[in-house]
Design a binder for this molecule. Structure first.
Ligand code: PLP
Length: 379
């Protein structure tokens, strides 16, 4: 990096944004008053929502929610930014660290599409170090990631763990070593949208010792709150401050904050743990059943709440699932996934339905094949 005047993680922030104060909202200027006339809000409630508090702008970073999320994720409140899903976190990180029209982010395909979408919208280059397809599933070549990040001068390395759609949980030690090697050069972002389903520890406690690691967490998956749009960035306090200044003045709608707080209460979390376990059990049994099906070329091991499946005739499988009213994610647009579908884990009944359709379609394929050699012999 060209800049030597700023230490630590702030050295990774765009030079032109280092002293950027962002928008100063009425709410952030605050004060202590009895009569609030500083934000041009209506003095009267909407008839449809009396006494709801909705006529006032919300807290920019709802304190109770921020503290509850920080407690749940094992960081300090100052190390956490609440936003509109992890999607907003991805966008903010790119905007804060990469100079538009320049700089680069590194991704490991196949991976979550938003890293590249946000980079492209921001005019930032995307460098890809594809995952390696091995007998044990997709694996990340951390050496190649480090070398390429250095060579291409990437400001951000996006890792997804467990990976979407790979399903692979990345080894914590390798993440730590990568961060150490790229210290002062790049931020290593670990997207843990599915980590609850891995039933493995988060890497969030690495941010204490490594100021160039950030972790993305979300309430959209295991916590069953996708519509509320609540995600968190966990990172060094100084970086959280920078992201906050780049964020919209009031990013978290009050009803969403309220819903989220209730959704991570002790009682709600107890049942979430049960739902996650049920999802993991279902994933394991669907995995075993799919592996036993003729016509299934490959089912990848998964630590998330979906399975990545390659079949002998994915076009036919996809169409027949649709005809049965089952919508799965078609992955055939991705390089290296030309015969793959991503199937989210549903209820036992839903998974049974998926399996029944696959059994039927792939069974027909197997029948057609076993007939073919006979015809060949006769010809
Ligand atoms: C679903 C998903 C997210 C979640 O995004 P939100 O904006 O929090 O809903 C983030 N990263 C990955 C890899 C995902 O699959």
């Amino acid at each position: 990096m060209s800049v030597t005047t700023t230490d630590g993680v702030l050295a990774l922030v765009r030079p032109d944004l280092r002293d950027f104060a962002g928008y100063s909202s009425a709410r952030s200027e605050g004060g202590d008053g009895r009569i609030w006339l500083n934000a041009n809000e209506s003095a009267w409630d909407n008839d449809a929502s009396p006494d709801s508090g909705l006529r006032r702008y919300p807290e920019p970073q709802p304190a109770a929610l921020r503290q509850a999320l920080a407690d749940m994720y094992g960081v300090a409140a100052a190390q956490l930014l609440v936003g509109r899903g992890s999607d907003e976190g991805i966008d903010l990180l790119i905007r804060a660290l990469c100079r538009p029209g320049d700089d680069a982010v590194l991704v490991t395909s196949p991976t979550f599409g938003m890293y590249a979408v946000c980079a492209r919208l921001h005019g930032t280059r995307v460098v890809d170090v594809p995952l390696t397809d091995t007998d044990d599933g997709f694996e990340c070549d951390f050496d190649a990631v480090a070398t390429t990040a250095e060579k291409e001068d990437a400001r951000i390395v996006f890792l997804c763990s467990p990976g979407n759609p790979s399903g692979t949980l990345l080894p914590r030690d390798a993440i730590r070593r990568l961060a150490r090697r790229l210290h002062g050069r790049a931020l290593v972002v670990v997207d843990e949208a599915y980590v609850e389903y891995a039933q493995a520890p988060s890497v969030a406690n690495l941010i204490e010792a490594h100021d160039n690691i950030a972790v993305l967490r979300t309430l959209s998956k295991a916590h069953a709150l996708a519509a509320a749009r609540i995600g968190s960035v966990l990172a060094h306090e100084a970086l959280i401050g920078v992201l906050r200044r780049c964020q919209a003045p009031y990013p978290v709608p009050a009803p969403s904050a309220q819903t989220a707080l209730a959704a991570i209460s002790r009682t709600a979390r107890n049942s979430t743990v049960g739902h996650v376990q049920a999802g993991v059990d279902e994933r394991k049994s669907l995995y075993a059943a799919l592996r036993g099906l003729a016509g299934v070329r490959r089912v990848y091991p998964s630590r998330a709440n979906f399975l990545l499946v390659r079949t002998a005739d994915t076009e036919r499988v996809y169409r027949r699932l649709l005809a049965a009213g089952v919508v799965v994610r078609d992955m055939r647009g991705h390089a290296a996934l030309g015969d793959a579908l991503r199937i989210s884990i549903g209820t036992p009944e839903q998974n049974a339905c998926v399996l029944a359709v696959l059994r039927e379609v792939l069974g027909e394929l197997a029948d057609a094949r076993s007939v073919a050699p006979v015809q060949g012999d006769n010809a």
